[in-house]
Design a protein around this ligand. Structure first.
Ligand code: PEP
Length: 232
C-alpha cells in the first residue's frame, strides 16, 4: 500500500519538522510506503530513514529565470527524488495545461523521479455520465508514459477534494477498475479521505493506497491511516 499526504500550503517549517518526526514513527512500524509532500519552504532532509519526502511542484529546469518556481538544483539540495504532477489545484487554479504537465512529466521521468500523477474530473463532467467522465480522464493520460516504472497514479475527483464529499465506495471501485486498464502503475484514491472512511477505501479492489489532503494535517489522524493500511 502507498499512503501519501499532500500538505499543500499548510504548516510552517518548524511545524513540518515536528510532523515528519511523528509520521516517521508510524511509517517505520508499517510495511506501507509513506510519502509526504510538504510546502516548498519546508522541504528539508528531515533526518528520517523510511518516509519519502516529495515536492508538490517544480519547474522542469535545473535553475534559471522562473520567478516563484523551484528547479532541480533546489530539489537536489535536499535529496528530493519524488514529485507530484497534475494535481487538480495546479490544473484548475494555476491553469497548467496537459501539454505543460507532459513536459514536466518527461523532464522528471528522464531524471528517474518517482512521479505521483493526478487525474480526476470536475463535478459537471461526473454529472454528464460515466462515458463523458472516462473520456475526460482519458485526456489526462495523453502524452504520459503509463508504463513508467516509477509512476504512481492518483485518481482524485475534483469535486471530492477538500469538500468532505466522496463518491460512493462502489463508484470509487468502478472508476479504479476502469483506470487500471490504462496503466499497471499503483493507483491511489484521493478526495476527502478521513480517518472514518480510510479503511473502507483502502479495502476496495484496485485501490493501492490513498492520497490525503486536509485530514493528513493531523499527524495522529494520518498515522492511524498508515496503521489501517497494515490491517487489511
Ligand atoms: C488533495 O488535495 O490531494 C486531497 C486529497 O485533499 P483532501 O483530502 O483535503 O480532499
Amino acid at each position: 500500500m502507498i499512503i501519501a499526504a499532500n500538505l499543500k500550503t499548510n504548516l510552517t517549517r518548524s511545524a513540518t519538522h515536528k510532523y515528519m518526526q511523528e509520521i516517521e514513527k508510524y511509517s517505520k512500524a508499517s510495511s506501507s510506503e509513506v510519502i509526504i509532500f510538504p510546502a516548498m519552504t519546508s522541504l528539508d532532509n528531515f533526518k528520517i530513514d523510511k518516509t519519502i519526502v516529495g515536492a508538490q511542484n517544480a519547474y522542469p529546469t535545473v535553475n534559471g529565470a522562473f520567478t516563484g518556481e523551484i528547479g532541480l538544483e533546489q530539489l537536489d539540495e535536499f535529496g528530493i527524488k519524488t514529485i507530484l504532477i497534475g494535481h487538480s489545484e495546479r490544473r484548475h487554479i494555476l491553469h497548467e495545461s496537459q501539454e505543460f504537465l507532459v513536459e514536466k512529466f518527461n523532464y522528471f521521468k528522464k531524471l528517474g523521479f518517482k512521479i505521483v500523477y493526478c487525474v480526476g474530473e470536475p463535478k459537471a463532467i461526473r454529472e454528464a455520465g460515466k462515458e463523458e467522465m472516462l473520456t475526460y480522464i482519458t485526456k489526462q493520460y495523453e502524452g504520459i508514459d503509463t508504463t513508467y516504472e516509477n509512476l504512481i497514479i492518483a485518481y482524485e475527483p475534483v469535486w471530492a477534494i477538500g469538500t468532505g464529499i466522496t463518491p460512493t465506495l462502489e463508484d470509487i471501485e468502478d472508476v479504479h477498475t476502469e483506470l487500471k486498464k490504462k496503466s499497471p502503475a499503483p493507483l491511489l484514491y484521493g478526495g476527502s479521505v478521513k480517518v472514518n472512511n480510510a479503511k473502507e477505501v483502502l479495502n476496495l479492489n484496485n485501490v493501492d493506497g490513498i492520497l490525503v489532503g486536509s485530514a493528513a494535517l493531523y499527524a495522529e489522524h494520518f498515522g492511524l491511516m498508515i496503521q489501517y493500511s497494515d490491517e487489511l
